[in-house]
Design a protein around this ligand. Sequence first.
Ligand code: HEM
Length: 454
Amino acid sequence: MPTGQELHAIPSDETLSAVSRGKELSPATASVADTARVAATVLAPTLRGGVIKRRPRAMALADRLQLDRPGIRLLGRLRERYGERPLQLRIPGRSVTVLLGHADAGSVLARTPSPFTPATLEKKAALSHFQPHGVLISDDGNRAARRGFNEQVLEPGRAIHDLAAPWARRIAERASQPAAPELDWDKFNTRWWQLVREITLGGDTAEDRELTDLLGALRLDANWAYARPKRKQLRNRFLDLVRQQVALNRPGSLAAAVNATPADAATDPAGQVPHWLFAFDAAGIATFRTLALLASHSQAGAQAHAEATAADPSEPRQLPFLRACVLESVRLWPTTPALLREAAEDTAWGRKGTTYLVSTPFFHRDAQRLPYADRFEPGIWLDGRAAEQPALVPFSAGPGACPGRDVVLFATSTLLANLLRRYRFTVLDKRLRPGDLPATLDHFTLRFALEPAG
Ligand code: HEM
């Protein structure tokens, strides 16, 4: 079983592109018409769906029209036309370059934060609505200390976190609560957030919704980035609540780990927690989609059931197959469809300030390169096939990769194991055709019938 570290390793010299070996190919320049096409089919649907908080109506429309597919096809056609080199768009007043080569995408992520910083203009504008000191939008001065702090608390590279035992017990308790014969997103999501509050802040926060409701409101503002003024009072109320909750130091929570980890004031330890709460939303979405994949693929479903029933999931343990299934759900439907980096200095590709876009739906579903592009193939995360691909990056890659990935993979795989032990799930629609999976999957409208597992 590869560790989280191996799964998201920095690409080797072999997989790195010419740019990182010092033989940079200068970018091609897109025609005005191609720039307009990228804006309409790649950028606009991502923004419309809600980058920071998904919008149910926009997601339903995107699913009906399969809005991710035209963007994937367009970038493939542009690669045929312009070659694998980066493609600079013609956007007045901004320098934006789309990466079309897998190796280039891996290379940019590997060269984070210098010269390519993750703290881009757009991310700062959006995320500062609710996490002004988060590592992802921190500039050079604070980034290293905040990144180090996140790694110490979240323990990337360790499949079983120090706090995994109390989390596994909580997850088993939640999964054993009585369930209605039908499971929809609202029911799942209510329980998911109870768990997120318990894991992040501790035991008796399960029913305390004020903090996460405030976060929800601020995230809707964040979708608009600079187009919506900050609601400073609301943000201060939210950040104060986070600080108060973290200070309560409840045992078994990430908050307790925050308090036990030395940090200077500039790191703002409690100020890292808003990003974690926000990002657990993506983990809930990924879990729900994984459930749908397993329910509609009988062989993988049986393998997952066998893993789930092999031992008591209220004890923390490695669940390699279920972890791979969650990774595969995020490959198929990336929760960060636009990975952005900004050049902090002039590079051979362009001037300082240029924004680089790694469109994950394009790379993850690249049928020209991946025989399994539109199939559910969890095995790629276990047999080395995914690791050979520098642009299969559900949790990003390199020094800016998600430090929460092993917490996520532990929590989601453990929850899935508990659910699969108890119930047989049937998806109540026919969207997930094995072998030809949709490019867009609206999780809000997924529904399952539940029967006790035999
Ligand atoms: C399915 C769930 C998740 C996915 C797919 C995911 C994916 C990602 C991705 C793609 C990035 C890079 C973003 C960028 O470069 O713009 C990222 C960054 C980050 N993630 Fe996650 N994430 C998830 C959940 C979490 C959770 C639950 C936590 C914390 C408990 C977390 C903590 C972070 C942090 C702190 C960063 C910023 C890292 C940095 O700037 O160095 N993530 N995540």
